[in-house]
Design a protein around this ligand. Sequence first.
Ligand code: NIG
Ligand code: FE
Length: 412
Amino acid sequence: MHNLIIKNAAQVVTCSGFEGKRGREMNNLGVIENGTVIVTGGIISHVMQQGEPLPVNEADYKVIDATGKALLPGFVDPHTHFVFGGYREEEFAWRMRGDSYMEIMERGGGIVNTTRATRTATEEELVDSARKRLDAMLRLGITTVEGKSGYGLDRETELKQLRVMHQLNDLHPIDIVSTYMGAHAVPEEWKGREDAFIDFQIAEMLPLVAGQRLAEAADIFCEKGVFTIDQSQRYLQAAASLGLKPKMHADEIIPLGGAELAAELHCLSADHLLQASDEGISALAASDTVATLLPLTAFSLREPYARARTMIDAGCIVALATDLNPGSSFTASVPLLFALACIYMQLTPEEAVTAFTLNSAAALGRADRIGSIDPGKQGDLLLLQFPSYKFLPYHVGMNIVERVIKKGEVVV
Ligand code: NIG
Ligand code: FE
């Protein structure tokens, strides 16, 4: 039973809401000055203005004095690949020398490189390395993380990755939302038989994953040289018919019409979108599909950032994610994420906070449970060393998270 009172926070940044916010609404953080929040039995029970009398018996609660500090909802990271074997530091050096991400992938590096290492790793080794990554994320204020399979690309290893995430969901304070991504790349043994590989996904893998409830969502890398629009559509429609929520890696390197397809299929989210077209942005703005942007990936690949300003002004629901993975974004740096989003993608600090709390919860279909400080939501909170959320992008690259609270329990 976790009962907690956080008293007199300089700001309670509620991010209040139960669904993703779009456009101008993203600036509305619902800040309460000198507010108090009460968590009862792990669930937020009261959000109070200064001076309101305590409605509970203080003796039954642990009390934290938050004078001079801002209180926010725990961060929600809606796109990562945090379970993997091996590293690709050599490929990073090649990219800095001028090779492109796709060139390295075409010559057998990239995702397929990590696939080889993940296939040979034991389940225990994967749990061990992934757990350390989760520890680091928790210290940065992340209280819910999405994780994708997709470094197995065969039946056994895909299931192994999903089992690792389920184990960690039980072992670790961070909540893990599993996504099946068997269509992350074409494995060496299926080269040249991409359509047949998608048929295998539809006939065997998606029903298996859905049947064993090993994932909530399904994702595909829709990209020139990986999977086509047509293959993505077949895969995602099959996933949706089995109850797996569709998601897409869309328009990352080449504008293929991924954003348009994601909107048409009512995907939970379309992710990356560096090259999304005007039509794609309009389609997303007219839909409930969340545009999940990954500035750390654009930065690490030295690619132009997604057009976040255009998307928000058009009325899209925009979320942010770290994309932690061993290739295109080997980082879960939340401080750098906020800095890049504000400095290079022209998000306001308010929009960036909404994008990494309520809207990222919406990108996981969980905005009803997490992502804001509202009565009834899970008691996932974080306390900053500073009195305002505005320090998040401003104190560039520095972790200013002082305490992390998960379901009412102080875990950092
Ligand atoms: O989101 N673009 C495809 N998938 C990952 C990268 C995976 C990898 O390079 O290992 C991404 O960037
Ligand atoms: Fe990704």
